[in-house]
Design a protein around this ligand. Sequence first.
Ligand SMILES: [Ca+2]
Length: 190
Amino acid sequence: MMYNDTTLKMKIRILEVSMIEKYKEENRMNDAKRYDVVVERLALRGAKLEDMAQITLDLQIKYLPSLTFELCLEHVQKVVMKREVQNAVLTGLELDELTEKGLISEPLAEMLSSDYGLYGIDEVLALAIVNVYGSIGFTNFGYVDKTKPGIIGKLDAEGKKDGKCNTFLDDIVGAISAAAASSIAHRFAK
Ligand SMILES: [Ca+2]
């Protein structure tokens, strides 16, 4: 059977659209699947989403007195659903874990295991997380990075112990909490 040009073009277009939809669907599922892995990896390192939601609540409650912990947790989950965030978390956690196992070579190993103050790439990686939420994200992240509230201070102190490395983890946790706070701020912006 012969197709005229228009029919053929239409058929190709339909095929393209269905392939794009299939691609989108597969990727959506991959992100959802990866979400569970990311949440589990964070928990294994001592950082639960609930701890981040608490920081988010503390950050935003002064602007939104009716804000609840549950809503904060929802926004933390939304942040962790994003692919850029998942990629940053997986990269950072891997570097912390490899450092603890002694699998990083010098001079990087010494910088990561001592949480060297001028290293700075841990904060840069965390910016990939807050970047998703614009300038409010950066402001919130700067604030939690300085004040180290809740679990962040705990992780920071724990990372200074022998054989432990939380160089990336504390910034990741701060960035996710800050991003969730920014997500809430955007949601309720007047
Ligand atoms: Ca750090």
